[in-house]
Design a protein around this ligand. Structure first.
Ligand code: GDP
Length: 404
């Protein structure tokens, strides 16, 4: 589940933090030998100077006085020449002194930088705008390629920028820090789901059933999801009844009846071609009469753009007055799912989303962005074809599944 988004997000954060850490280390190691070589040069020069001075003061006792005098003069001249070569002419010497002073002056902030960085090494690092810009495009690309909507991608990048740039982070935990910030942002993007199970239990006290209307396009997994929800409610000791509101698609009524038989749950149905609103109405009446807690209404799949078919579901919604209207869509469809929720929301007003087939969704971007774009919470994730393969959607669990 969401393997591609997980792997690519993790490797992005790893590369980003590693590059920053490597850069810091490289700067430190480059600076040390440079300083050493300057020191070495100075030491070498002064050693040579010392040697020359000693030679100059050394008495020569091997030859006669005359010889000594003329040789001594020659030697002195030679030594002076050598000394000038080493020390340079007085003009050169002055220039060198200025140069040395300048070098020392320019080295001063560098030295400070080194100590600053040394402190950072045991403490903190700062991420610059340039560092971030270098890695921004990769992040944008990986999010878009994994079905994250453009709007959400932009929001993530903008917030990440605000939270990372010019902020100090412990150097050795940089990766963890970046992941924490990413996690915070993703949790901000996701819409907090409401507790539907508690809402159903609460309505029990009124003596009326809690009605849920399911909608979505063909094949998105509505009927299977209704059966999964029914089983989940049963496990929670919440009684329910199913309404076969898809009176259009061949075999849809039989499909729902089969689930009802397997789960030992009543199914209210009518003829194919009959009014689905009246099927829903009959189911609510039966539930009220028999003190059933919840009614789950199936509907025919329809495109969110088919105006006439949307009118039909608007009528079902009017007649049945559901407590919650749930859009069922496939996690693998990315932006299509977003457009579908928008279409159904305009028509009947959606309260929550169930994303099916999350088990075969490598990308995960739909789950990450559908809530933010539509402002509707994801309530459940369908994670397989079996009844128990449904999970209550949870922000923390989702970010855990991305490994951050
Ligand atoms: P409907 O036309 O919207 O009622 O869709 P169905 O309930 O008939 O489901 C269509 C197909 O999707 C069926 O083969 C289901 O078994 C399959 N399906 C539904 N939910 C899931 C799910 O969460 N994971 C997987 N892998 N398949 C699912």
């Amino acid at each position: 589940m969401f393997k591609s988004l997980k792997e690519r997000l993790q490797s992005w954060a790893k590369n980003f933090s590693k590059k920053k850490q490597d850069e810091e280390e490289l700067e430190e190691t480059e600076e040390k030998p440079a300083k050493q070589s300057k020191k070495d040069k100075k030491a070498e020069k002064s050693a040579k100077k010392q040697k020359t001075k000693k030679e100059r003061n050394k008495p020569d006792n091997r030859k006669g006085k005359k010889d000594k005098k003329s040789k001594g003069r020659k030697q002195e001249q030679k030594i002076e020449e050598e000394q000038q070569e080493i020390e340079g002419s007085p003009g050169e010497q002055e220039a060198e002194n200025i140069e040395e002073k300048e070098t020392e002056q320019t080295e001063a902030p560098k030295r400070l930088g080194f100590f600053q960085r040394f402190r950072e090494k045991i403490g903190k690092v700062k991420i610059s705008e340039k560092d971030f810009e270098e890695y921004k495009d990769d992040l944008e690309m990986l999010l878009l390629e994994n079905n994250v909507a453009l709007e959400v991608t932009e929001k993530i990048i903008e917030t990440l920028k605000e939270k990372l740039i010019d902020k100090e982070f412990p150097k050795k935990d940089l990766l963890k820090e970046i992941q924490n910030v990413l996690r915070e942002i993703i949790e901000e993007v996701l819409v907090e789901p409401f507790d539907i199970l508690q809402a159903i239990k609460d309505k029990r006290k009124t003596g009326k059933p809690y009605v849920i209307l399911f909608c979505g396009i063909n094949g998105s997994g509505k009927t299977t999801t209704i059966a999964k929800v029914a089983e989940m409610l049963k496990k929670q000791k919440i009684s329910c009844i199913l309404a076969a509101g898809d009176t259009f698609r061949a075999a849809s009524i039989e499909q729902l009846k089969k689930h009802g038989e397997r789960l030992n749950i009543e199914v209210v149905a009518n003829e194919y071609g009959s009014d689905p609103a009246s099927v829903g109405f009959d189911a609510i009446k039966a539930a009220t009469k028999n003190k059933i807690d919840c009614v789950l209404i199936d509907t025919a799949g329809r495109m969110h753009t088919a105006k006439n078919l949307l009118k039909e579901i608007e009528k079902i919604a009017r007649v049945c007055a559901p407590d919650t209207k749930i859009f069922v869509g496939e996690s693998i469809t990315g932006n299509d799912a977003l457009e579908q929720v928008k279409g159904f929301d305009e028509s009947i007003g959606i309260d929550g989303i169930i994303l099916t087939k999350a088990d075969i969704d490598e990308k995960g971007g739909t789950a990450l962005s559908v809530g933010y774009v539509t402002k509707k919470p994801i309530l459940f994730l369908g994670t397989g074809q079996e009844y128990h393969e449904i999970e209550l959607f949870n922000k923390k669990k989702f970010t855990d599944s991305l490994g951050i």
